[in-house]
Design a protein around this ligand. Structure first.
Ligand SMILES: Cc1cc2nc3c(=O)[nH]c(=O)nc-3n(C[C@H](O)[C@H](O)[C@H](O)COP(=O)(O)OP(=O)(O)OC[C@H]3O[C@@H](n4cnc5c(N)ncnc54)[C@H](O)[C@@H]3O)c2cc1C
Length: 420
């Protein structure tokens, strides 16, 4: 199946895509749908393609997010916010929905804005990609790990890729869509590109603390988390897990501060405001409650819409026994409870992988890429799409959006290049 002609030939328009993931497939399909005469080959190191798409979103594939204003959409990318603004004006969430619908994958928007296939199965997305590739004859070569790529020495020559089985492939245009592969980043750096060192993003915080010990599964709709050492804060839904704290509020701050938290070796202190109130206002509210409901038991009268179990746990932590009445609450207890409600400190010791979605911060440095085309500014006819770039997002379908957008624009640009 390998190629043998190392020279460019107008009768043989060839594109090679390394990486059979979300970005690689989207690029391939964009090219062949616009110009079926272009021969596109995908080289994938694994036995199967689209591995991450299959397991994404807990097997449901959260393929985009219902944020339709490019500037707002781009704010969800701790790395890539500025660079993605232009590309999102060409292809963003609405285009993604239309793209899938037009190819027979009905999609739906959930209450939190996440977009999924109506089937609730990532297999619909996989099948859609495989069918489109079959229709247009995209060659999908699995168990082809690319070990080296060589740029053309003359303008009439092709890009060359050599696989582990010694097969050689030649193409006019080369697309690198290898995701967060350290091996490929090393090869790319030999081509003269800078690689921003990779660190994990989107993770949950490991916390062992009596206040949350028996509260696994409990969620608070809007809590503020502050990382004191980084002077960073964020609010959003917070979920208590077996290991500590998770939920969109935690995941977002883990993404925004991915690099700084790596530098802290994931050992740091957070302050949690469970109720988004100021401490003095809480003191006032507790004092009023003490006066108005003096005969009621504190444990039985949770305030601020806090889940009962969390209220009990925080009260107990403040030394408030289950049968204590509001009238008998002393000042020390009252101040301590106010502090626990809006400024309790917790020690984070390590991180855990968020199973539904995780990504790597780092990759090909963005200033070396032309974001109109996703072509390298260093080497001609070389393109990068998807997570190989130093772009990543918070959770919610934004990471796939970046992959689709890059594939769309790179594919479009390659087709244009051939038509010149
Ligand atoms: C468990 C999990 C769930 C996720 N869920 C979601 C979600 O629901 N929504 C969302 O937006 N994002 C999600 N993400 C993130 C999303 O999957 C990635 O952002 C996206 O897959 C990136 O696409 P990509 O094509 O750039 O990389 P990948 O999907 O990683 O594809 C890269 C491909 O290149 C291949 N490859 C690498 N090196 C070589 C080589 N040398 N030769 C040949 N082939 C090579 C790899 O085997 C792989 O198949 C999830 C991630 C994970 C891990």
């Amino acid at each position: 199946m390998q190629d043998s002609n190392p020279y460019r030939d107008p009768k043989q328009k060839r594109v090679l895509i390394i990486g059979g993931g979300a970005a690689g497939f989207f690029t391939a399909i964009k090219i062949v749908e616009e110009d079926p005469s272009i021969a596109v080959t995908i080289l994938e190191q694994g036995k199967d393609v689209l591995g991450k798409v299959k397991i994404s979103g807990g097997g449901r594939c959260n393929l985009a997010h219902a944020e339709f204003i490019p500037r707002e959409l781009s704010k969800n990318y701790p790395r890539g916010q500025r660079e993605l603004l232009g590309p999102f004006n060409s292809f963003s969430s609405g285009d993604t929905m239309a793209w899938f619908e037009e190819r027979g994958v009905a999609v739906k928007i959930e209450d939190d804005g996440r977009i999924f296939p109506m089937s609730n199965s990532s297999q619909s997305v996989v099948d859609c990609f495989l069918n489109a590739c079959k229709k247009y004859g995209v060659k999908i070569m699995t168990t082809r790990k690319v070990l080296n790529v060589y740029p053309p020495e003359e303008s009439n020559q092709c890009w060359k890729a050599i696989c582990g089985n010694r097969e050689q492939y030649f193409a006019d245009h080369l697309v690198i869509a290898t995701g967060s592969s350290k091996f490929m980043w090393e090869q790319i750096s030999h081509l003269g590109h800078t690689i921003v060192p990779p660190v994990p993003s989107l993770f949950t915080f490991n916390i062992k603390d009596p206040r949350i010990k028996d509260l696994m599964g409990l969620s608070v709709p809007n809590a503020e988390v502050q990382i004191k050492a980084l002077k960073a804060k964020n609010h959003g839904p917070l979920l208590i897990t077996h290991w500590g704290m998770s939920g969109p509020g935690i995941l977002k701050i883990s993404a925004v501060k991915a690099r700084e938290l790596y530098a802290l070796n994931y050992q740091f202190e957070i302050k949690v405001n469970w109720i988004l109130e100021k401490e003095q206002d809480v003191i006032d509210a507790l004092t009023t409650q003490k006066q108005n409901d003096s005969k009621k038991k504190i444990h039985n009268t949770p305030l601020f819409d806090l889940p009962k179990r969390l209220w009990h746990s925080l009260c107990s932590y403040c030394g408030i026994k289950a049968d204590l009445r509001w009238a008998d609450m002393n000042k020390k207890m009252l101040f301590k409870l106010a502090q626990e409600l809006c400024a309790g400190t917790y020690q984070v010791k390590g991180k855990s992988t968020f199973k539904e979605e995780f990504v790597t911060a780092g990759g090909v440095q963005l200033k070396e890429i032309d974001f109109k085309t996703y072509e390298s500014k260093i080497l001609y006819r070389l393109y990068f799409t998807g997570e190989a770039l130093d772009i990543d997002a918070v959770t919610g379908g934004f990471n796939f959006q970046a992959a689709w957008t890059s594939g769309f624009l790179a594919g479009q640009s390659i087709v244009k290049e051939f038509s010149k």
